[in-house]
Ligand binder design. Structure first.
Ligand SMILES: [Zn+2]
Length: 343
């Protein structure tokens, strides 16, 4: 088993933001990395520092104008004469195209909500989050050793809400989509199974009309819960992609037993698809004490989850994305890792 990370994942530090009628302290903070990294250390597992794979796989998924905004938006924001604050965030969210005349217009176009601001070091973390995930994909493309059969990457900031040309929900580049697309150069069929608390509408949007990448997600019902506008059962794909997008929204307050019932159904759809590679978007925000949780998964539950994914017996890349209850990130990841490494 291989685990990838990079020091740069800890640089992005969002500032407090306004949403749902009040101010919020950011949940997606660098301290998450400090806690998460304790887990492999406690289990004696080696963490490999990711190498730079480069920009090309990112641009194979995301619009170049959007990537340019993520990369240079902060500098442009700080060059405006008026003091607009220390992070790119307008509160003007206009989902249709505009010519992007000025950084405020670009932000209006490329940010989908309040929770994905760009501060001084954001781009460095965003870029390295994608690179860290790409290291696992590259290993699978080039390395025949069994070590590459199970891989785990720290993906901070997370990615599953990032759309082709819009940031949102703490996400900027869609790490899962980027590696799925990258793996397609060798593998015919990729399955992405998402068990984060929230629906990964970015992954859904990117592959909605494709049958070579299956997306299946278990998440809290989107009715009055982020991302609010997607994640329903009736979103099943379109055109060639019809039937390759499978959502399992859970009623709020779902028990652990019911969570695994949905997970089993999701895994069954993956089995029927017979993928060459499985990508798992892992969110610890399904944990019972997480501030975002709408279900009740226990620490032990993460071990069970890992065992179920391992039982698929396919090359597996796990991306550690959501999860905001700092005191338990270490324990929960240790539980998950112990399920992955046991024989
Ligand atoms: Zn989440």
């Amino acid at each position: 088993m291989k685990i990838y990370s990079h020091d740069n994942l800890s640089l992005h530090r969002p500032l407090p933001y306004f949403s749902y009628g009040k101010m919020h302290e950011p949940l997606e903070v660098p301290e998450r990395m400090t806690e998460l990294l304790k887990a492999p250390a406690a289990l004696g597992l080696t963490v490999t520092t990711a190498k730079d794979i480069d920009m090309a796989p990112i641009l194979a998924v995301h619009d170049s104008g959007y990537v340019d905004f993520l990369q240079h938006g902060y500098e442009e924001w700080m060059e405006v004469d008026e003091d607009l604050g220390a992070q790119v965030q307008t509160g003007i969210y206009v989902p249709y195209d505009n010519p992007g005349l000025g950084i405020m217009a670009k932000a209006a176009k490329y940010q989908a909500d309040d929770s994905a601001p760009i501060s001084e070091h954001s781009w460095t973390s965003i870029y390295w989050s994608a690179q860290t995930a790409l290291n696992a994909a590259e290993a699978l493309l080039n390395d025949k050793s069994a070590q590459s059969n199970t891989q785990l990457c720290f993906s901070r900031p997370p990615g599953h809400h990032a759309r082709k040309s819009a940031a949102g929900g703490f996400c900027y580049l869609n790490n899962a989509a980027i590696i799925a697309e990258h793996l397609r150069q060798k593998y015919q069929k990729i399955a992405i199974i998402d068990t984060d608390m929230h629906h990964g509408q970015g992954i859904q949007e990117i592959f909605y009309e494709r049958k070579d990448v299956l997306y299946t997600s278990v998440h809290g019902s989107p009715i009055n819960f982020y991302p609010a506008v997607t994640g329903h059962e009736f979103e099943t794909g379109a055109g060639e992609g019809e039937g390759y997008n499978i959502n399992f929204p859970m009623p709020h307050g779902t028990s652990e037993a019911w969570f695994f019932d949905y997970v089993d159904k999701s895994i069954e759809t993956v089995k029927q698809f017979e993928p060459d590679v499985v990508i798992h978007v892992l969110g610890f925000d399904v944990y019972e004490e997480d501030p975002e949780a709408k279900c009740q998964v226990s620490t032990q539950g993460f071990k069970t989850l890992a065992q179920k994914l391992k039982a698929l017996n396919k090359p597996l890349i796990v991306l550690v994305e959501g999860g905001y209850y700092l005191p338990k990130l270490n324990d929960n990841l240790q539980a998950f890792l112990s399920g992955l490494v046991e024989h």
